[in-house]
Design a protein around this ligand. Structure first.
Ligand SMILES: *[C@@H]1O[C@H](CO)[C@@H](O)[C@H](O)[C@H]1NC(C)=O
Ligand SMILES: *[C@@H]1O[C@H](CO)[C@@H](O)[C@H](O)[C@H]1NC(C)=O
Ligand SMILES: *[C@@H]1O[C@H](CO)[C@@H](O)[C@H](O)[C@H]1NC(C)=O
Length: 195
């Protein structure tokens, strides 16, 4: 007995010091003045998951409360593609194709006509969700949108809140387009990896 106690004690001491050592490395990592490595679990990042969102994006120029404002009009339109135009948007995102269906959030940002060969947009948008557990979280979409193609694809380049570290892509299909007003409803299928 007398011989075993010190062994148990020292084993405990080794385990304890190992635990506290790993706790310290978890918390502080190697801190080099301004940067340190961290264990992702400290930020609550456990398992990455894949979510699929389907939403409808409403770009409204007409009526008394448009959600799309053409801010920059190109001085000439020689190519017929509105090259140089810039539009700021605060577009509703709804669950169904009708504007009256459940509002899930808003697409806020801008798009610019950045192609001389076709109507091709550079789109920069935050999808700001307002429903349920996603309320307050955002995903950021930035990409190229040749609007008259049947299916377009744009990258999801990041996010906030529940979408921290998000990456993925969105597939777009025009659901309805009114040539005379410019109003458009576009179906977005967004596939996003996040924690
Ligand atoms: C540019 O020309 C095209 C084709 O005529 C027209 O559909 C489009 O509305 C014009 N864009 C602007 C900003 O005037
Ligand atoms: C979303 O969050 C905002 C700000 O916290 C709150 O005012 C609003 O009621 C929330 N909406 C829903 C649908 O939970
Ligand atoms: C386009 O919008 C105008 C004005 O709101 C409307 O009169 C017309 O019926 C719409 N066209 C289509 C194809 O929906």
């Amino acid at each position: 007995m007398a011989r075993r106690t010190p062994t148990i004690l020292s084993t405990h001491i080794i385990i304890l010091s190992l635990l506290s050592f790993s706790a310290i490395t978890l918390v502080s990592g190697t801190y080099d003045g301004f940067v340190r490595t961290m264990d992702s679990k400290l930020l609550g990042l456990h398992k990455e998951k894949l979510s699929h969102f389907r939403l409808y994006w409403h770009d409204i120029y007409s009526g008394s409360s448009p959600t799309a404002l053409r801010l920059v009009r190109p001085p000439n339109n020689a190519t017929g593609t509105s090259f140089g135009a810039i539009t700021i948007i605060d577009d509703p995102l709804t669950q169904g194709p009708e504007l009256s269906s459940k509002l899930l959030g808003r697409a806020q940002g801008f798009y610019a006509q950045a192609s001389q060969q076709q109507v091709g947009l550079l789109m920069v948008m935050n999808f700001a969700f307002t429903q349920g557990k996603y309320n307050g979280s955002t995903i950021t979409v930035l990409g190229r949108n040749p609007v008259f193609d049947k299916v377009r694809e744009m990258p999801v380049i990041g996010g906030s809140g529940l979408f921290r570290f998000a990456r993925g892509y969105a597939q777009l299909r025009t659901y309805r387009f009114n040539q005379s007003t410019g109003d458009a409803i576009v179906e977005y299928n967004v596939y996003v990896l996040h924690y």
